[in-house]
Write a protein that binds this ligand. Structure first.
Ligand code: ATP
Ligand code: MG
Length: 649
């Protein structure tokens, strides 16, 4: 491994940070020695209608997994995200909406948000929605998406958001599994200059005869496009809210009442409906937002995630609003209409905290300084990354180019299932090592285990598990508790298995090595994908890389690397040789790729994660059964890769 560059905590950040290193260590210790006492105190980050007396009641025992937090407390999420701020900051902007077209933007103050949420909550009621009913949101990135989420929580409806880029089939599957009674959508969405026919997709999904639960479709008018209309079923958002009262009492919810279902992306088989409940989720989202992003009053915060992902739930809407922050909701994509769009939005709104994904960072990095052309980004204080391991090269670029070399980067590791961030630096407390998510958040107890579940201490590499519960943990898979236990608690008895591999270094820092399903085994050496890919990305002409294993008679597996070059670079025999030598030098002969596949694009999920499962099939020529490709952002990439494979050496 090439040498690790350590970034000490910045003095200016530490001076005003909520937590310094000493406090982190002390609080962390307290949180794991006495979780009950720790969370009894920190459960107070939200307001309770009826305070809890019980704090933690959790068991990871295989066969009897049960997770309850603050179980006798009563609260309401929308009251925490809106009402409790009205007296002190009613006129402060809660949501800045930035349109796909740079000329389009709007703001909503907390007072305005309150009014809109109450009206839409009443509109939902008038369409027959009651506490416990499921509402499916299939929305573009408009402020009304957040309004709809909060309105559901106000009346105790359970939302399930389906990413607006998903197909009618994917939507139908999620509606059927969740039993949603109402779908909220828009005539069309707009992303990167292109219209997305949302209403048409809903019509197609509901035409499927297996979809029987939906009674009403509420349609927000975004573009004014002509849409088909069913008078008995379809309702315009503006019409139903126009007649709705602006008063709506928040429904008192038990801490363990369901709050939302979110289907995870990426894997094969039936989608998994991850269920989060009210109290623990909100406590955890609220607290992690405050400390991980070192949020202070007045900060302008921008998370680029879509509301259809867990990041869009916890760190675009609930965490920020529960803290009374100003959050930016961006309709577009980071490189439209120009490569510098992301930087332009930062300057336009004076963003202090920016949270985005490695896929976006690598795409911008491939364009070099074009990504910051004409911008200053001087308001930025903290940068964040989520979704995949961030390659050290991309980390350095993000730090230097977007962050002008003075913003700490919080590389946050977590999952849909975890509800909030589990492993992360804290800006005022943690020395940074590019590529490492560093240390656990308060109350989080990660461990590494070997393949038969023995805990390995000290410097080690293994399967990443959690030994105990945290408030934001998922409670079950919707309607299938057995699959929940099977998926997460049966591989290693009595532990939550994340599905990821990790390495822990001499300072106790965690380095996520990738999904264990993607691990390579070359001549008996197990290697995560992240390390080899990072070495490739560190080569100055390479923009992005993905490696998979292919069967090999002698080594067991050979390394097959897919490589995307920076703008303007072209593949050659010379480059082929240089790249192989580079990896040999960076990691060692064992990691040298056997095959290099030059390509323009990699298959990614809609949230931007590289789908190695499909790359493995293409590399081995097993393309008859690619499995579920419905969550791919651009399915045409696959055919292109299959065609290119002929030329791979
Ligand atoms: P599915 O479980 O359906 O395959 P998914 O795992 O892609 O979908 P998410 O819950 O959004 O869905 O992603 C969580 C996963 O993303 C983690 O398990 C990990 O593999 C990866 N990940 C997220 N953040 C980081 C990070 N900071 N560093 C490394 N990996 C990360
Ligand atoms: Mg996952």
């Amino acid at each position: 491994m090439s040498e690790v560059h350590i970034y000490p905590v910045y003095k200016e950040i530490a001076a005003k940070a909520h937590i310094n290193d000493e406090q982190y260590r002390e609080m962390y210790q307290h949180s794991v020695v006495n979780p009950e006492g720790f969370w009894r105190e920190h459960g107070q980050v939200v307001d309770w209608i009826q305070p809890y007396t019980k704090v933690k009641n959790t068991s990871f025992d295989t066969g009897h997994v049960s997770i309850k937090w603050f179980e006798d407390g009563v609260l309401n999420v929308s009251a925490n995200c809106i009402d409790r701020h009205l007296a002190s900051r009613g006129d402060q902007v809660a949501i800045i909406w930035e349109g796909d077209d740079p000329a389009d933007d709007a703001t909503l103050t907390y007072n305005e948000l309150h009014q809109q949420v109450c009206q839409f909550a009443n509109a939902l009621k008038s369409q027959g929605i009651r506490k416990g009913d499921v509402v499916c949101l299939y929305m573009p990135m408009v402020a009304e998406a957040a309004v709809a989420m909060l309105a559901c929580t106000r009346i105790g409806a359970v939302h399930t958001i389906v990413f607006g880029g998903f197909s009618p089939e994917a939507l139908a599957g999620r509606i059927t599994d969740s039993d949603a009674k109402v779908v909220v959508t828009a005539d069309e969405g707009i992303r990167g200059g292109r219209a997305v026919p949302l209403k048409k997709n809903v019509d197609a999904a509901l035409a499927n005869e297996e979809v029987t639960s939906v009674e009403k479709v509420i349609v927000f008018k975004r573009t004014g496009a002509e849409v088909a209309w069913d008078d008995d079923r379809d309702v315009w958002w503006h019409e139903t809210t126009a007649v709705a009262s602006t008063h709506c009492e928040p429904e008192p919810m038990n801490a363990e009442d369901p709050m939302f279902i979110l289907y995870t992306s990426g894997s094969t088989g039936k989608p998994k409906g991850v269920l989060h409940t009210t109290g623990g989720y909100l406590v955890y989202a609220t607290m992690t937002f405050k400390y991980v992003f070192d949020y202070h009053d007045g900060d302008i915060y921008w998370c680029t995630a879509d509301v259809g992902w867990i990041t869009g739930h916890s760190y675009l809407v609930y965490g920020p609003l529960s803290n009374g922050a100003t959050t930016i909701l961006f309709e577009g994509v980071p490189n439209y209409p120009s490569t510098s769009r992301m930087s332009e939005v930062v300057d336009k709104h004076g963003v202090n905290i920016l949270y985005t994904a490695p896929t976006a960072i690598r795409a911008l990095m491939a364009k070099g300084d074009q990504a910051i052309e004409g911008t200053e980004r001087s308001t930025l204080r903290i940068l964040g990354s989520v979704g995949e391991p961030i390659n050290p090269e991309a980390w350095e670029w993000y730090h230097r180019t977007i962050g002008n070399s003075f913003c700490p980067i919080v590389d946050t590791w977590w999952q849909t299932e975890t509800g909030g961030i589990l492993i992360t630096p804290l800006p005022g407390a943690t020395e940074l090592k590019p590529g490492s998510a560093t240390r656990p958040f308060f109350g989080v107890q990660p461990a590494l285990v070997d393949n038969i579940g023995n805990i390995i201490d000290g410097e080690a590499e293994g399967n990443l598990v959690m030994l105990d519960s945290w408030p934001g943990q998922m409670r079950t898979l919707w309607g299938d508790h057995e699959r929940f236990e099977q998926t997460y608690f049966s591989t290693f008895k009595g532990m939550y298995f994340t599905g990821d591999g990790a390495r822990r270094d001499e300072d106790g820092y965690y380095w996520i090595t990738g999904r264990v399903d993607d691990v390579l085994n070359v001549s008996g050496h197990r290697m995560g994908t992240a390390e080899i890919e990072s070495a490739l990305v560190a080569f100055d002409k390479i923009a992005e890389a993905a490696v998979v294993g292919v069967p090999h008679d002698i080594k067991g597996q050979a390394i097959y690397a897919y490589i995307t070059l920076n703008a303007g670079e072209i593949p050659s025999a010379e480059l082929h040789k240089e790249v192989k030598e580079w990896v040999r030098k960076e990691i060692g002969p064992i990691a040298t790729p056997d095959f290099l596949h030059w390509t323009d694009a990699l298959p990614k999920t809609r949230s931007g994660k590289i789908m190695r499962r499909i790359l493995r099939k293409i590399a081995t020529g097993d393309t008859g059964t690619l499995g579920d490709t419905s969550t791919l952002a651009d399915p045409s990439v696959v055919e292109k890769l299959i065609a290119e494979k002929q030329q791979v050496l």
